[in-house]
Structure formats: structure tokens, C-alpha cells
Write a protein that binds this ligand. Structure first.
Ligand code: ADP
Ligand code: TYD
Length: 209
């Protein structure tokens, strides 16, 4: 059953190991218990083509990938996912929950790889067909905490603590710039407390609106 006239789009953001995937699963479980139709996606990936792009992006042995190629592949993956999955789902009134979206490109390729934000904004605008999340949860942890929580590291996660620090700083700037859309969630506390905080915001901003 579709619960919204026009679907809602919720994204989760944060540095590696902040706990996004854990929180996405908990929110989805809660929504399913309430019989709310929901689809979840993760980036980069989520379609046949985007998953192939993901392999190039995250495979550990590809050391020669340039920063512009990385930005273009991230946004290429996003364009396919947006056209094939997100827009059709939103048009049907479905709730879409994404583990990362356009803000990740600003944080990682902008903050992390130091590509100009204006250029990335333009790439994102093109790739998303202008789709903007209704609500974004930025789960904030310090880079050393994120690193501690991870067992294995893909190519980008291997980029080091300074890289993660710059990505986090970019997220904090984004949260200031788009304070109506982005909610900062303290990721240091325990999993259940974080879930409760996310649920409270979700209820107020999406369900009760
Ligand atoms: P992300 O998707 O942001 O990379 P995950 O949700 O996969 O992060 O979490 C990374 C690891 O940290 C997992 O082992 C998870 O169980 C653990 N974790 C998640 N949230 C917390 C938390 N609030 N406190 C401690 N450990 C956590
Ligand atoms: P993933 O295994 O999904 O990590 P996580 O569980 O931490 O989200 O890997 C995604 C990696 O790709 C992660 O290091 C962030 C990076 N990334 C970018 O650099 N730019 C982007 O636009 C996106 C979507 C992800």
C-alpha cells in the first residue's frame, strides 16, 4: 500500500563507520511493522549498472583511479539509480530510504578529494534530475570512532583519517547550509538511543506533516 500522495525521500549520510547502515535497517524494520511501504537503496549501487560501477569504485586494487573519474563514476551510478528506481518509486507514492546520496559526493569528492564544490553541485544536479531529499540524517561521529568500528576497508575507506576528517567537516558545513533538510544526529551514543532520536525526527517531519 502506498502511504503518501507523492513519495518521500529520506537519505542517511555520514563518514565511514558512523552507523548509517545499522540505522537504516532499524528504521525500515519499524516502518514495516507499521505497514508502511518502503524501499531501501545504497550508493554507489542499487541497479545492475550502478553495482558494476561500484566494483570499479571500491575495489581495493585500483590505485590509479583519478579524482575526477571517481566523481564522474559516483554521479553516473547516481543518475542510473535515480532514473531507474528513485523517481518511479516517488511517483508511485513510495517512501524511499537511501544509504548515501548526493551529499556524499560533496563530502568525499569535495572535502576529501578537494574538487570544487560548484562543479560537484552541477554534476549532482545533472545526476539527480533535480531530486532533493525531503529529509537527511547526518550521523556524526569523529573519524577515529568511525575507523574503530570498521573491520575491512574498501578503496575509499583506505584513504586515511585526514581524508575522513575533511569529509566530516564538509558534512558539518552542508548541515549548516541546508539546516531545514539536514538533521545532525549524535552518532557517539548507543544504537537504540540513536534510533529513538531518528524516529522522533522522522515522525515529526514526515509522518505527522
Ligand atoms: P556505516 O554503514 O555507517 O559504515 P554500520 O552501520 O555498518 O556503519 O556500522 C559499522 C559498525 O559499527 C558495525 O559493526 C555496527 O554494528 C557498529 N555500530 C553501529 N552503530 C554503533 C553505535 N552507535 N555504537 C557502537 N557501534 C556501532
Ligand atoms: P560503502 O561500503 O557503502 O560504505 P559505507 O557503509 O561507509 O557507506 O562504501 C561507499 C564508499 O563510497 C564510502 O567510503 C563513501 C564513498 N562515496 C563517495 O566517495 N562518494 C559518493 O558520492 C558516494 C555515494 C560514496
Amino acid at each position: 500500500m502506498s502511504n503518501f500522495k507523492k513519495g518521500k525521500f529520506i537519505t542517511f549520510e555520514g563518514i565511514d563507520g558512523c552507523g548509517k547502515s545499522t540505522q537504516v535497517k532499524m528504521l525500515v524494520k519499524k516502518l514495516e511493522q507499521l505497514n508502511i511501504d518502503v524501499i531501501t537503496i545504497r550508493e554507489p549501487g542499487g541497479t545492475r549498472i550502478s553495482e558494476s560501477i561500484r566494483e570499479i569504485l571500491l575495489y581495493r586494487d585500483i590505485h590509479e583511479l583519478g579524482e575526477r573519474t571517481e566523481a564522474l563514476l559516483m554521479t553516473a551510478s547516481r543518475a542510473q539509480l535515480t532514473k531507474e528506481v528513485i523517481i518511479p518509486a516517488l511517483n508511485k507514492g513510495t517512501l524511499v530510504i537511501a544509504d548515501r546520496y548526493a551529499d556524499s559526493t560533496i563530502a568525499y569528492q569535495g572535502g576529501g578529494r578537494k574538487i570544487k564544490i560548484d562543479r560537484l553541485d552541477e554534476l549532482n544536479q545533472f545526476a539527480t534530475y533535480g531530486t532533493v531529499p525531503d529529509l537527511t540524517f547526518f550521523i556524526d561521529v569523529l573519524p577515529d570512532e568511525g575507523a574503530r568500528r570498521q573491520n575491512t576497508k574498501d578503496r575509499i575507506e583506505q584513504a586515511g583519517i585526514d581524508f575522513q576528517r575533511r569529509a566530516r567537516d564538509s558534512y558539518l558545513e552542508l548541515a549548516k547550509k541546508y539546516s531545514n533538510r539536514i538533521v545532525v544526529i549524535d552518532g557517539k551514543t548507543d544504537i537504540d538511543t540513536i534510533h529513538k532520536n531518528i524516529w522522533k525526527e522522522f515522525k515529526q517531519r514526515i509522518l505527522e506533516k
